[in-house]
Design a protein around this ligand. Structure first.
Ligand code: VG1
Ligand code: CO
Length: 543
């Protein structure tokens, strides 16, 4: 095989964020940009002989070109084989499954997840280790360090590989195996859930609607919901994959999944509706005219896990990211299992799952998952709900209301201020931090500040420490405000304000979250001075 060594210059901006490196497509299209980052990954790996690399992406614009480059660089850097999804596509949880099932030496996932796609929008890349999970911080830090001093990369002079047909091609001893992107994943789901019960539930006349948002889960949803579970074809919407997600923003929330929201809140609303994001790891769950917050979804799945065959023996423990509501903590306390609080981002759950400390994990950002893979998993969450609906015969709303009655309700909302100039966003954070000494004991309306901190986490498995993970203002009544900056955006800054109040009072439980949190929202503005410092009166997105 002819291997070229190409001389290159480092780029200074290749620091992976919450979930890999995300930039505008045009940034990735600069000469050597992608290659530098890929080489920076390969250079930290001790690639064994006969190693296989899993490669796949969410199918967004530039996916095809990037995959060809990565295949050639994998060949030049000592991999013996790549396993790549047909057409270069693998959902993020499906890629995690492939890495684990075929024990490959990690994988490269091409996705900017919930960010829009297309020539003027976003692209992303991340490395997952051989446990199937996103590389932990010590690895992403090492990749970033390499990227700042790289001087050359290696690429094989191979022709482009045809990724349209399933099968294996050998090029100068290097094997490219194009695999069915869906089958292994659908088999895994069938092994975990009570498919016959869900089939019967659907056949008895319950209606569902799944919105793939023109993104990667389309083919997965067809196979699972239509072919394997027998749902009628009109149960799906936006399931044709497109390179720019139909021009939309493939983020399953009440703002961006508005077509589905209209259906769920319409006159002929289905019994269950759900959506997933660009790369298939997020989920939004809706009932008839009813929205389930991701934090409640996690808690409810945990509370009822024994009804799902894969978890019939119970859970070893649960974990949630710090900004996620404490609803699952209450379930864990009742079940007598451990509950861990980690920084934002799925990479922090991997060690806990590998050590057998937790079975279920979740984030408020529409991410839920379990130790069946090492990524959050949108369709898995949908199947959890379908399994629970089929097993109980209850509606989505009644399951949630009964949960609140039993455990109390953590009223919760996240307010995002997108596209804020970086200096203004930093000023908001600095302003809150500057008050750290004076805030404890201060009274704001009916709220008294108890403690404040900048969240830091010590990994209980490997002892690694992550600091600066979000500013927390904790009140004496148990309510809290969390403020942090997004690590997945590609333009300006996004300020996220997370608001949480707990209520056992059944009357309060019926209130709309924005109403119930109105005073806390005002307090968050008073303390952060966000309106004054950014000129923003209203958030861009409320979830
Ligand atoms: C956001 C979410 C975080 C999630 C991450 C990746 O990060 O808040 O919970 O893990 O996106 O999700 P940030 O730093 O922007 O708040 V995905 O579906 O984009 O890979
Ligand atoms: Co995603």
């Amino acid at each position: 095989m002819q291997i070229q060594t190409v001389v290159t210059q480092p780029f200074s901006d290749q620091k992976p964020g919450t979930s890999g490196l995300r930039k505008k497509v045009r940034v990735f299209q600069q000469a050597h940009y992608l290659q530098n980052f890929v080489q920076s990954i390969f250079d930290i790996l001790d690639i064994p002989a006969n190693a296989t690399l899993t490669v796949g992406g969410d199918g967004r614009f530039y996916n095809k070109e990037a995959i060809q480059i990565i295949i050639k660089m994998a060949a030049a850097n000592g991999f013996a084989r790549v396993m790549v999804g047909q057409h270069g596509i693998l959902s993020t949880p499906a890629a995690s499954n492939i890495i684990r099932k075929y024990q490959t030496f990690g994988g490269i996932i091409l996705s900017a997840s919930h960010n829009p796609g297309g020539p003027d929008d976003d692209f992303g890349i991340k490395y997952n280790t051989d446990n199937g999970g996103p590389a932990p911080e010590k690895i992403t830090d090492a990749i970033f360090a390499n990227s700042k001093q790289i001087s050359q990369y290696k690429i094989a002079a191979l022709p482009d590989v045809d990724l349209t047909a399933i099968g294996s091609t050998t090029l100068d001893g290097f094997v490219v195996e194009v695999i069915d992107a869906v089958r292994d994943y659908a088999d895994l789901m069938a092994s975990m859930f009570d498919f016959p019960a869900i089939q019967r539930w659907l056949a008895s006349g319950y209606r569902i609607k799944f919105d793939a948002m023109h993104a990667v889960t389309g083919p997965y949803a067809k196979e699972i919901f239509i072919h394997r579970l027998g749902a009628p074809a009109d149960s799906l919407m936006h399931c044709e994959v497109s390179e720019n997600f139909g021009g939309g923003h493939p983020d399953p929330n009440l703002t961006y999944a508005e077509d589905l929201v209209k259906v769920a809140y319409g006159t002929l609303s289905p019994d269950f509706a759900a959506a997933s994001d660009g790369d298939g790891d997020r989920n939004m769950i809706l009932g008839k005219h009813f929205f389930v917050t991701p934090s409640d979804s996690l808690a409810l799945i945990a509370a009822n896990a024994k009804l799902i065959p894969a978890y019939a023996k119970g859970l070893s423990g649960v974990a949630r990211s710090m900004p996620t509501s404490g609803a699952v903590d209450r379930v864990a306390a009742k079940l007598g299992i451990a509950c861990f609080e980690t920084p934002t981002g799925w990479k922090f759950f991997g060690n806990l799952m590998d050590a057998g400390k937790v079975t279920l994990c979740g984030e408020e950002s529409f991410g839920t998952g379990s130790d069946h893979v090492r990524e959050k998993d949108g369709l898995w969450a949908v199947l959890c709900w379908l399994n629970l609906l089929a097993a109980t015969g209850e509606s989505v709303e009644s399951l949630v209301r009964k949960h609140w009655q039993a455990y109390g309700r953590n009223v919760y909302s996240r307010h995002d201020y997108e596209g804020v100039p970086t200096e203004q966003a930093n000023a908001v954070m600095a302003n809150v931090k500057a008050q750290f000494n004076s805030l404890p004991g201060q009274v704001f309306g009916s709220y008294t500040v108890n403690t404040v901190d900048d969240f830091s986490y010590t990994d209980p498995v490997d002892g690694s420490i992550s600091t600066g993970q979000g500013l927390r203002i904790l009140f004496t009544c148990g309510s809290r405000i969390v403020i942090r900056l997004s690590g997945t955006g590609t333009e300006g800054a996004t300020i996220r304000i997370y608001l949480e109040a707990f209520t056992e009072d059944p009357a309060q439980q019926q209130l709309d979250a924005q109403e119930a949190l109105a005073e806390l929202i005002t307090v968050s503005h008073q303390i952060s001075q966000l309106p004054q410092l950014t000129g923003r009166q209203q958030p861009t997105v409320i979830t």
